[in-house]
Design a binder for this molecule. Structure first.
Ligand SMILES: Cc1ncc(COP(=O)(O)O)c(C=O)c1O
Length: 398
């Protein structure tokens, strides 16, 4: 499925791949095709396009020239054959699930996942005759033990949102393949700049492009990257007929703009996060810092193997638990109290009452994260300013 070796470097491809200005009147930036429908030369051509016998656009729920440029670029950056851009990360996930699964199938999902992904799998999908089992995939032996002939799909995030546990993608892919199942990796936290799951044997990568790919907190979007055969099904059955979760051409344009600085931004997010994680670990009020670049992270060796840097996300617990965490969040003055992640601004939020409120308290405990956990999306500000803000806020809760 994977299409490497790449002809050019990552940053170069993030800027140029899939777009030739000379094909668009020399416009340096791709035009935004604000059109819902497309004219056919002759009725026969329309019929052929609908039958899949001729190339060409028919309706923007199925394809749009601006969106196509984005899809070509994303497929290339992830090292996949093809990509589908969607209206949100949840739109990407539901499009994949509705297309692939049939009543009677089983899904194995990791124990910690983004709150709405968890809620979809825990509370809603069973209505359609599917079984979901939550397994701790941080240890591949658990997957090997639990997978069976009914398992169609294994769903993971690595690092997982919010507690930064990792899944060994190569090991999980081998086990899934051996059982005839597919491995889906949500690569939102890493982006293809830090980690490319398809190169390690995963079958399907999804993204919330709302986050680092867009990078500026000004849009909602998602993406799926996989083999051309799967992407054709996700587009022509999934988005076209099951979810309708198509992206707008304008949001595709904004992501193309964001991608031009992805490598630069990720370098800065990672550098700021590593320094901040080390500083937080030294602070007397902090009980624990979860960051895969720290020696204290139990899966640091796996992180070094599978990620090129350790990402821009940190989770921490304060010694005073939830009360101290709330005081800390109220005391920051530079960081913004907000959900989402991957923006230029440093964001702090409280998963148990915000993004992961979909987990019941006993599920949070069983799935490995506490009510006191604070999640930080480390931004692009000057590191010293972020550090001073966090240290002052922590000092104030002593
Ligand atoms: C890891 C991860 N996956 C998927 C999503 C869902 O993406 P969206 O909000 O674009 O639907 C999120 C949102 O926070 C996320 O953090």
């Amino acid at each position: 499925m994977q299409k490497t070796p790449f002809a050019r470097g990552f940053a170069t491809r993030s800027i140029h791949q899939g777009y030739d200005p000379l094909a668009y009147h020399g416009a340096l930036n791709p035009p935004v095709f604000l059109t819902s429908t497309y004219a056919f030369d002759k009725a026969e051509i329309g019929s052929q396009r609908f039958a899949g016998a001729a190339d060409g656009y028919i309706y923007s729920r199925v394809g749009n020239p601006t969106v196509s440029i984005l899809e070509t670029r994303l497929a290339d950056l992830e090292g996949g054959e093809a990509a589908l851009a969607t209206s949100s990360g949840m739109g990407a996930l539901t499009t994949v699930l509705w297309t692939l699964l049939r009543a009677g199938d089983e899904v194995i999902a990791d124990r910690t996942l983004y709150g709405c992904t968890f809620s979809l799998l825990r509370h809603h999908i069973q209505r359609f005759g599917l079984t979901v089992r939550f397994v701790d995939l941080a240890d591949p032996a658990n997957l090997a033990r639990e997978i069976n002939s009914r398992t169609r799909l294994v769903v993971t995030e690595t690092p997982s949102n919010p507690n930064m546990r990792l899944v060994d993608i190569a090991a999980a892919a081998e086990i899934a393949r051996g059982a005839g199942a597919l491995l889906l990796v949500d690569n939102t936290y890493c982006t293809p700049y830090l980690q490319r799951p398809l190169e390690r044997g995963a079958d399907i990568v999804i993204h919330s492009a709302t986050k680092y790919l867009g990078g500026h907190g000004d849009l909602l979007a998602g993406a799926v990257i996989a083999s051309k055969d799967f992407i054709d099904q996700f587009r022509l059955v999934g988005v076209k007929e099951l979810t309708g979760a198509c992206i707008s051409a304008f949001d595709a344009f904004l992501i193309l703009r964001g991608l031009k600085t992805l490598a630069l931004r990720m370098d800065r997010h990672c550098a700021n996060a590593l320094q901040l994680a080390r500083e937080l670990e030294r602070h007397a009020c902090v009980a624990r810092v979860y960051y895969p670049g720290l020696d204290s992270h139990p899966q640091k060796a796996l992180a070094d193997r599978q990620m090129s840097q350790h990402g821009g996300m940190i989770a921490l617990e304060l010694k005073g638990g939830l009360d101290a965490g709330r005081k800390f969040m109220d005391a920051v003055t530079l960081a913004t109290r907000a959900v989402s992640l991957g923006d230029a601004e440093t964001l702090v939020q409280h998963p148990a009452s915000m993004t992961h409120a979909t987990y019941a308290p006993e599920e949070r405990a069983a799935h490995g994260f506490t009510d006191g956990l604070i999640r930080v999306s480390v931004g692009l500000e000057d590191y010293d300013d972020i550090r001073d803000d966090f240290v002052a806020a922590l000092d104030s809760v002593r």
